[in-house]
Design a protein around this ligand. Structure first.
Ligand SMILES: *[C@@H]1O[C@H](CO)[C@@H](O)[C@H](O)[C@H]1NC(C)=O
Ligand SMILES: *[C@@H]1O[C@H](CO)[C@@H](O)[C@H](O)[C@H]1NC(C)=O
Ligand SMILES: *[C@@H]1O[C@H](CO)[C@@H](O)[C@H](O)[C@H]1NC(C)=O
Ligand SMILES: *[C@@H]1O[C@H](CO)[C@@H](O)[C@H](O)[C@H]1NC(C)=O
Ligand SMILES: *[C@@H]1O[C@H](CO)[C@@H](O)[C@H](O)[C@H]1NC(C)=O
Ligand SMILES: *[C@@H]1O[C@H](CO)[C@@H](O)[C@H](O)[C@H]1NC(C)=O
Ligand SMILES: *[C@@H]1O[C@H](CO)[C@@H](O)[C@H](O)[C@H]1NC(C)=O
Ligand SMILES: *[C@@H]1O[C@H](CO)[C@@H](O)[C@H](O)[C@H]1NC(C)=O
Ligand SMILES: *[C@@H]1O[C@H](CO)[C@@H](O)[C@H](O)[C@H]1NC(C)=O
Ligand SMILES: [Cu+2]
Length: 576
């Protein structure tokens, strides 16, 4: 059944390859069903996109180096969807990245079989989420890549997932229209930070909704896997009565142990910490608050979960009127230059190996006319929004409709951005430095942006005020080898800045080895909706085909035969 092909490609082969029909004899490893329904979070009814009927959706556990097929059903009548596996590189299976630029969305009442294979060395904490519109505010869930026998890891007694989401009361549709409609309206800040889908409105301390409990036993060491699946909020958190956490993982890579009394988690980031519980003899109080606050918003919101020792009668409905911990402020540049890889990493390219530096200047552009206000986030002068690519770029590449060479030439002459395709074309194998450069908005404001990369993890070179100075920064890295990350934060280093003037940067370095179409974007959904996204096109068609193989026609049209429905078994490429 399964066709294989040599890695050398010729055109005639393209015709020969056939897809595998996933009929009843094909059993996916995992099934996810996406619905839209009225659903209650923190006692608030909201029409939301859900995975398997809940938010967050079920926890997925994958193995390093193992191929896993995940069938995602779009059970909605009125919305497309996709599913992105946040942090996995999608090397080899480029249609599986789940973005609007790498696949046609899954039409209503259709399903798509995603083929995943987490890279060896990437055991850690991830999540999955829809990549369309504002759906990811609720349509998401934890994804854990388990350690293999060879993984050099840490010892702990047990683990707990601490999954953070925002609660918005307006529907996705209202929020999308408020932001991207003809007259922008800010649809409001988060009403609550939910922990594992649970919480109580900060403004409403009565009622039946429970705080989340993190259940522990005395005298044990827990690995807490924190997942920042918030739409907007940068979250500060710490535990009452337990002031020592040891960070051991960031974005799917083990780090050398680093003690911290609090965490600061942006949308898209993950951290694991080891937390040792008190010995039985010292446990007088049996429940302790985990205090969470939103940072960098006009009004800070403080909410709670409960670290609950065994043997207690829980009180999860009580919200303290006075927070047990001081209400936090942002630590600008938190963890910069402090994390080290657990295993020495010899693959880090030095400054002299860098082929090209792409500086991406981000700017919030406000324009008004005839009583209408329009706000966009621009990257080097231009926004990127979903409506800009009616056909996914990867499909255009397979159909020979995207001339990557011409795009590359135009981009090189324009600081890396090709205006015709609104993309950042890259040669496969280039060593890139990507510098996110903050600037004052039209109104002189600066904001915080957790920038995320698809397609590869990057060496996070750090960040600072002003403009990036590569020589000075390289000196900072001399005895501080950086870690691989997929989401790090561009901070504001002052409250205001002159419109358009550089004020703060974050820099990444990576080997662009993964041919395909990869989004690099701020992970704040509201910012994405009004332009804060970029598209990196790595390699040309030959590179993509050589890496992954050809694509059957069923992938190249919306609702094509690679997509299944009730009467049609999908014809699916097995890329691995
Ligand atoms: C999701 O729900 C479907 C049935 O609705 C079930 O078959 C599947 O196992 C569930 N997935 C997970 C990961 O629990
Ligand atoms: C969801 O709830 C709203 C408000 O109560 C209601 O108008 C709407 O019909 C409900 N939708 C569905 C699909 O149940
Ligand atoms: C679904 O996606 C297709 C292809 O991009 C588009 O034509 C259609 O309008 C979308 N449908 C909805 C409901 O957004
Ligand atoms: C407060 O909680 C009650 C009970 O859960 C709920 O009915 C009510 O809508 C909430 N009030 C507000 C303002 O959220
Ligand atoms: C980190 O915290 C652990 C647990 O509290 C403690 O044993 C260790 O000494 C601390 N390490 C450093 C470097 O402070
Ligand atoms: C946060 O900043 C405010 C105002 O600068 C200050 O009053 C407060 O003490 C700070 N909080 C902490 C925990 O440092
Ligand atoms: C940026 O704003 C200016 C007005 O302040 C407006 O003229 C211009 O069209 C805007 N540019 C974009 C790309 O939105
Ligand atoms: C646009 O919104 C602003 C404030 O949100 C309002 O003052 C203005 O009247 C609106 N313009 C139109 C044409 O509705
Ligand atoms: C199911 O898929 C087949 C093949 O793509 C298509 O011809 C058919 O129209 C689809 N059915 C529905 C109900 O969309
Ligand atoms: Cu942003």
């Amino acid at each position: 059944m399964l066709q294989t092909w040599p890695s050398l490609l010729c055109l005639s082969l393209f015709q020969l390859v056939t897809a595998v029909v996933h009929d009843e004899s094909f059993i996916p490893d995992i099934i996810l069903r996406v619905t839209a329904a009225n659903y209650s979070l923190a006692c608030q009814n909201r029409y939301s996109v859900l995975v398997n009927g809940t938010s967050p959706g079920p926890t997925l556990r994958l193995e390093e180096g193992e191929v896993t097929w995940i069938r995602v059903y779009n059970d909605m009548d009125n919305y497309n969807t996709t599913m992105h596996w946040h942090g996995l590189s999608m090397m080899v299976a480029p249609f599986s990245d789940g973005t609007p630029v790498s696949q046609w969305p899954i039409p209503p009442r259709h399903f798509f079989d995603y083929e995943l294979r987490p890279d060896v060395g990437y055991a850690g904490t991830y999540f999955y989420h829809s990549h369309l519109g504002f759906q990811a505010v609720t349509a998401s869930g934890p994804l854990i890549v388990e350690d293999s026998d060879d993984t050099c890891s840490y010892e702990y007694d047990d683990e707990r997932i601490v999954y953070l989401t925002d609660l918005f009361l307006n529907t996705d549709e209202v929020i999308e229209n408020d932001l991207a409609g003809p007259n922008v309206t800010w649809p409001g800040d988060s009403n609550d930070i939910l922990v594992n889908g649970q919480g109580r409105l900060a403004t409403n301390a009565t009622g039946q909704c429970s705080l989340a409990a993190i259940d522990v036993e005395p005298g044990k060491t827990y690995r807490l896997r924190f997942i920042g699946a918030t739409a907007l909020s940068l979250v500060w958190l710490a535990f009452e009565g337990h002031d020592a956490m040891t960070i051991i993982e960031a974005d799917g890579h083990y780090t050398q142990p680093l003690n911290a009394s609090y965490l600061q988690i942006g949308s898209g980031q993950r951290f694991s910490v080891l937390l040792s519980t008190k010995p039985e003899t010292e446990v007088e109080q049996r429940q302790f608050y985990m205090q969470l606050s939103t940072l960098e918003r006009p009004t800070s919101l403080t909410t709670f979960a409960v670290l609950r020792y065994s043997g207690t009668t829980p009180d999860l409905t009580h919200v303290p009127s006075t927070p047990p911990l001081p209400v936090a402020n942002t630590t600008v540049g938190w963890l910069n230059y402090q994390l080290r890889p657990l295993i020495p990493d010899s693959n880090f390219p030095t400054l002299s190996e860098v082929n090209r530096r792409v500086t991406i200047t981000v700017h919030q552009n406000i324009s008004s006319s005839d009583q209408l206000t329009h706000i966009s986030w621009l990257e080097n002068g231009y926004p990127w929004v979903e409506t800009l690519s009616p056909t996914p770029y990867l499909v255009e590449i397979y159909e020979d409709k995207f001339d990557t060479d011409a795009a590359y030439q135009r981009a090189i002459a324009n600081g890396g951005l090709d205006l015709d395709t609104r993309s950042f074309p890259t040669k496969k194998g280039e060593v890139l430095e990507i510098v996110w450069q903050n600037t004052g908005s039209t109104a002189g404001a600066l904001e915080t942006h957790p920038f995320h990369a698809h397609g590869a993890h990057y060496y996070d070179l750090g960040g600072g005020d002003g403009v990036y100075d590569s020589a000075a920064n390289e000196a900072m890295l001399q005895n501080n080898p950086p870690v691989l990350r997929d989401t790090t934060i561009l901070y504001p280093y002052q409250a205001t800045a002159t419109p358009g003037v550089p004020a703060g940067w974050r820099a990444w370095r990576l080997r662009a080895d993964n041919a395909g179409v990869w989004m690099l974007h701020c992970h704040i959904l509201q910012h994405m909706l009004i332009g804060m996204q970029t598209i990196f096109v790595v390699g040309d068609k030959e590179d993509v085909v050589q890496q992954s193989g050809p694509a059957s026609a069923g992938y190249l049209t919306y609702g094509g035969s690679a997509y299944g429905n009730e009467t049609h078994s999908p014809e699916v490429m097995h890329f691995f």
